[in-house]
Design a binder for this molecule. Structure first.
Ligand SMILES: *Cc1c(COP(=O)(O)O)cnc(C)c1O
Length: 378
C-alpha cells in the first residue's frame, strides 16, 4: 500500500504528463510536484537532455549484459567515482536502493569476516531481508520476521551509544546522513565524524545510505560532502537515473575486496546508464545542488516567517525539508493536493516532507509556501 493511499482512495489523481516541477492529471488539473515521487526526479519531469540521451541510447542498444564493456557504463563508473567523497575503487550497479544496501551489507561482512551490523533508530534502508533488518520501524518488519540476525540499533545522533556498540565484531555501521523516511532528522557533522572514527578504529565499514540525500538534494552533491565524512561504502539510487530504476554501491578499495561473487542480471544496462549519465551531467551543468541550497534556504526561511509559530518545527537541508505539523500530516497532504494542487509526501504521522525536483525556482517555491501557509493558517 502506498503512503499516498489517503489521496488515491478518496479521489484518485491519475497523472499522465510531466513538465519540469509540474504534473498534469488526466482531468486537466496541474499539480506542483513537491515530492518528486520520493526524490526520484531531481532534474524535473521531461528534462530534454535526459529524455533525449536516454532515447538515443535505447535506439542504439536497448540492453546488453554487464560482461560486455560498454561506453555508457564506463562513463557512469567514472562519473560516480569523480563525484564521490574519497577514492572509489569499485562501483556495483543494481536496480534499486534496497539492493544497493543489500550489496553494501554483504561486502562489509565479507571484507571484515564479521557479521554484526549497527543501525540507527528511525533509520530506513529498504525492504529486502538484509536492508529491512537494518530498518527501524516494526511496521515494515514484523510480518516478515525472522530477518537476518546480528543487527544492533542505537539512538540516531547519540555518540556515546555508537561508540559503545561498534566493536571488534562489527562488520559495518549503516546510517543516513539526514534521515528521510524517519521524519527528516538531521545529524550533526560532529556525530557523523565520530561514527567515522569509531568504525575506522574497530575496522568496521561505514556505510552511508545516501539514497535519498544524494545527487544534490541537500545542497552538495552528497550529504557526506557537507558533513566532511568519507564513508567506506556509499549507496545511491532513487534520483540517479531521474526516475528509471537504478542503484549503485560505491566502495573504497578495502571493502571492494569483499564484493566476491555478488551480481545481478540487470547490472548497468546501456539505457539505464545513459539516463544516469545525463542526470548527473544536468545536475553539474545546471548547478542543481547549488540551486537546492539557495532555493531550499529561501523556502525554509519563508516558511519560518509565515508559519513558524503555527507548526512544531521546520528542518532539513537544501530541498529535503520536513515540516512537523500539529494536526496529522496526512490530513494536511490531502488538503494540499485536493484544494491547492500541491503534491507532497509524509514522513511518519506528523511530518510533511518536501522533496521537489532540484530545478525548483524561487517563484515555484513561493507557490508552495503560499499553499502551505493557507492550509496551516486556514
Ligand atoms: C528509498 C530508500 C531506500 C530504499 O530504496 P528502494 O529503491 O525503495 O529499494 C533505502 N534507503 C533510503 C534512505 C531510502 O530513502
Amino acid at each position: 500500500m502506498s503512503d499516498h493511499s489517503f489521496v488515491f482512495s478518496e479521489k484518485p489523481i491519475r497523472i499522465d504528463r510531466g513538465e519540469g516541477v509540474f504534473l498534469h492529471a488526466s482531468d486537466g488539473t496541474r499539480y506542483l510536484d513537491m515530492g518528486a515521487s520520493y526524490a526520484c526526479t531531481p532534474a524535473g519531469h521531461g528534462h530534454p537532455e535526459v529524455v533525449g540521451r536516454t532515447t538515443e541510447a535505447m535506439e542504439e542498444l536497448f540492453y546488453v549484459q554487464a560482461s560486455y564493456p560498454h561506453d555508457e557504463r564506463d562513463r557512469l563508473y567514472t562519473a560516480l567515482a569523480e563525484t564521490a567523497p574519497g577514492d572509489v575503487d569499485y562501483t556495483w550497479l543494481c536496480n534499486s536502493g534496497t539492493e544497493a544496501n543489500e550489496a553494501a551489507l554483504k561486502f562489509a561482512r565479507s571484507a571484515t569476516g564479521r557479521s554484526k551490523i549497527v543501525a540507527t533508530t528511525r533509520g530506513f534502508h529498504g525492504r529486502t531481508m538484509g536492508a529491512l533488518a537494518c530498518t527501524w520501524k516494526d511496521k515494515y518488519k514484523k510480518p516478515f520476521e525472522p530477518l537476518i540476525g546480528d543487527v544492533e540499533f542505537v539512538p540516531y545522533g547519540d555518540v556515546e551509544a555508537m561508540l559503545e556498540a561498534v566493536d571488534r565484531e562489527t562488520a559495518g555501521v549503516i546510517l543516513e546522513p539526514l534521515q528521510g523516511e524517519g521524519g527528516i532528522n538531521p545529524a550533526s557533522a560532529r556525530y557523523l565524524q565520530a561514527v567515522r572514527v569509531a568504525t575506522a578504529t574497530s575496522g568496521a565499514a561505514l556505510i552511508m545510505d545516501e539514497i535519498q540525500t544524494g545527487l544534490g538534494r541537500t545542497g552538495s552533491f552528497w550529504a557526506s560532502d557537507r558533513k566532511l565524512v568519507v564513508p567506506d561504502i556509499l549507496t545511491t539510487a532513487k534520483g540517479l537515473a531521474n526516475g528509471l530504476p537504478i542503484g549503485a554501491t560505491l566502495c573504497r578499495e578495502w571493502v571492494a575486496e569483499g564484493a566476491g561473487p555478488h551480481g545481478s542480471t540487470f547490472s548497468g544496462g546501456p539505457t539505464i546508464c545513459a539516463a544516469a549519465n545525463a542526470t548527473i551531467d544536468v545536475i553539474h551543468d545546471e548547478g542543481l545542488h547549488e540551486n537546492a541550497e539557495r532555493v531550499g534556504d529561501y523556502m525554509r526561511a519563508e516558511l519560518d516567517e509565515r508559519i513558524g509559530e503555527e507548526i512544531r518545527d521546520i528542518r532539513g537541508d537544501g530541498l529535503m525539508v520536513g515540516l512537523e505539523v500539529k494536526r496529522g500530516a496526512n490530513r494536511m497532504l490531502r488538503d494540499l493536493a485536493l484544494n491547492h494542487q500541491l503534491l507532497a509526501l509524509p514522513a511518519g504521522r506528523t511530518v510533511v516532507r518536501l522533496l521537489p525536483p532540484l530545478t525548483l525556482t524561487t517563484e515555484e517555491a513561493d507557490m508552495a509556501v503560499n499553499a502551505i501557509t493557507e492550509v496551516v493558517t486556514g
